[in-house]
Design a protein around this ligand. Structure first.
Ligand code: F6R
Length: 607
């Protein structure tokens, strides 16, 4: 959702801002804008509802300035139109503001400004900031921004420019990320590393409650009371090419194929073969504290919630601790009971999902212990938790999560192993699981090698308006994730059901027009699952069955996808990989923009 970029330096700002914004497109947006400021030419703003390339095409020839800010907006207050797009300016066109987050008391502030005779041009919460900065009587831009923020309630990452201070941008963070990028006689700012890495990998992350002044020669950070925070920039150890789709037609394709390497990374240094356990130093819990856990509650949204359900099974099976997963977006609203001997686990690729972050804050406020399974290092959730497991998937750009999701599953397996081995999981079982985890990256590669066969099946599924994904017990979260991936990028109605529940209702919908993708691993439920396949086939329902080689499907007519065998507990992730490929190729067949599915954002930073 919403993205911010900024630049101060020796080059023209506009092309750099446009390039930066195009790197944020994957986050999801409906309008975009830029403002530039020259030493003498004053402030110029261009913005519109539409794509970044439309904005680029619309820029006037003389749109010069060596300082600038830019924004991609995801509408919250007011519809997506040109006026509501950021940057927002004050009445005299002196101040420009871009803002991520939500100002909770915007309505009251708008009324107060209107009563004072201020004309508000837009429906947004952000516009009040531009007017408040312009009306402040402080002498410095820093003072004016602090003054404006003192009456703001809510969350923000923001960047402000003022025509009287053309050498600088002032930025502030409270709940919405802001990163400063240090260049050579130039400085950048962005809400996401993806917009910076082309220019610099020397960065400083602002903390909540911190502000910074950015000029061409450097940056200074401070608190609202003016005290300096002396934040230093650090050189990131990242592979910049990971932020490019390279040869691939989409980021999702690239990221699916990166899964074997990503899986190796999340396992690296975390397997203790001698004791058959996991080695997760970041949990910040000793063996006694680990043993004291009586229950595990997993919280995440969307795919992170579904993989949380897979994680709950792993924890119950391996560690024999009661565990369940819940949508973080619902959790906070039922006044949850927080227990001291429950371990809460927040799962998030971005580490920014507001629903998950708020759930974490609610648990910690009530004294609960939370650990994170998070991909983005230094993200809001990663900073908020008591400990955790970084996923090391590398940057995930496509909206549809693939490699992060796989590493979430592996993270849960490591957690279950570690919790299990301080309880009743035997060393032999621990070693069996470690051997299984070690085999996973190669087996994921094997599944992906069958891409063209899966593509042929996907092309047929793409014809259906509506599909079922069914599975039981370990296979049910797999079905849920398969349906999720399919619907979000193919826009087909895909519904997940427990196979056992079909006869209690949805069987009425089975027909030759409604295919079913069934998850049938070689486990203790295989015979029952196969019985259900016959019921579907008897009603003319086309079937795709994801199973293991050697499972006798009893002659049921179907398209069959065999995945490699591993330890049963680890089946879910190998059963999930082909479903990603099916969704991907169905969307490709239908000609959709796979990396930017309609109405969806990569990081959902609103409730
Ligand atoms: C699905 C998908 C979303 C995310 C969800 C949580 O492919 O990507 O459902 O899983 O929005 O996002 P994170 O993991 O960033 O908290």
């Amino acid at each position: 959702m919403c993205g911010i970029v900024g630049y101060v330096g020796t080059q023209q700002a506009a092309p750099l801002l446009i390039e930066g914004l195009s790197r944020l497109e994957h986050r999801g947006y409906d309008s975009a804008g830029v403002a530039v400021l020259g030493q003498t030419a004053g402030l110029k703003v261009a913005k519109l509802a539409g794509r970044v390339r439309d904005l680029d095409d619309s820029l006037p020839k003389r749109f010069s300035g060596r300082a600038g800010i830019g924004h991609t907006r995801w509408a919250t207050h007011g519809p997506a139109n040109d006026v509501n797009a950021h940057p927002h300016i004050d009445g005299k066109g002196q101040v420009a503001v871009v803002h991520n987050g939500i100002i909770d008391n915007a309505a009251a502030l708008r009324t107060r400004l209107t009563d004072d005779g201020v004309d508000l041009a837009s429906d947004t919460d952000t516009e009040v900031l531009a007017h408040l900065v312009a009306r402040s009587e402080e002498d410095t831009l820093e003072g004016k921004v602090v003054d404006a923020l003192s009456v703001i309630e809510g969350t923000y990452g923001l960047a402000v420019m003022h025509a009287d201070f053309p050498d600088r941008i002032v930025v502030a963070r409270n709940g919405s990320p802001l990163i400063i990028g240090v260049g050579d006689k130039e400085m950048h700012v962005a809400s996401d590393l993806a917009a910076l890495v082309r220019y610099t990998t020397t960065v400083a992350h602002l903390d909540d409650g911190e502000l910074a002044t950015i000029t061409a020669s450097g940056f200074t950070t401070f608190r609202p009371d003016g005290t300096a925070t002396q934040r230093a920039a650090t050189l990131l150890d990242i592979d910049v090419s990971e932020y490019d789709a390279g040869e691939h037609e989409s980021y999702m394709h690239k990221e699916m194929l990166e899964q074997p390497a990503a899986a190796e990374r999340v396992l690296r240094g975390r397997l203790d073969e001698r004791f058959g356990t996991g080695h997760l130093g970041g949990l910040n819990m000793d063996a006694r504290e680990t043993r004291a856990i009586r229950r595990v509650k997993i919280l995440g949204c969307g795919s992170a919630y579904y993989v949380g359900q897979m994680g709950a099974s792993l924890l119950e099976e391996l560690a024999r601790i009661p565990a369940d997963a819940e949508a973080a977006s619902e959790f906070r609203y039922r006044n949850p009971i927080i227990e001291p001997d429950t371990l809460y686990v927040a799962v998030s690729q971005s580490g920014e999902t507001l629903d998950t972050l708020l759930a974490v804050q609610e648990i910690r406020r009530k004294g609960g212990r939370v650990i994170g399974l998070v991909n983005v290092v230094g993200s809001a959730i990663a900073r908020e938790v008591d400990g955790g497991i970084y996923l090391h998937s590398g940057p995930e750009v496509a909206v549809a999560s693939t490699k992060a999701l796989t590493n979430m599953f592996i993270g849960f397996a490591l957690l279950a192993l570690q919790l299990g081995r301080v309880r009743d999981l035997s060393i032999a079982d621990g070693k069996r699981l470690i051997a299984g985890l070690t085999r996973l990256p190669g087996q994921i590669e094997e599944v992906l090698a069958a891409e063209q066969d899966l593509a042929a099946i996907a092309r047929d599924l793409a014809d259906a308006e509506s599909l079922f994904f069914v599975g039981r017990v370990r296979g049910f979260p797999v079905a849920r994730e398969g349906a999720q991936k399919f619907k979000e990028i193919s826009y087909r109605h895909a519904e997940a059901y427990q196979t056992s529940e079909l006869k209690h209702g949805p069987l009425a919908l089975i027909s030759p027009e409604v295919p079913t993708v069934a998850i049938v691993p070689d486990d203790e439920l295989a015979d029952r699952n196969i019985g259900a396949l016959h019921e579907i086939a008897a009603r003319g329902g086309p079937l795709v069955v994801v199973t293991h080689a050697g499972v006798d499907l009893g002659g049921v007519p179907c398209r069959r996808i065999d995945v490699p065998r591993n330890e049963r507990e680890l089946d879910p992730i190998l059963l999930t990989i082909p479903l990603q490929v099916l969704a991907y190729h169905a969307a490709l067949t239908l000609g959709h923009d796979i990396d930017k599915p309609r109405n969806l954002a990569k990081s959902v930073t609103v409730e």
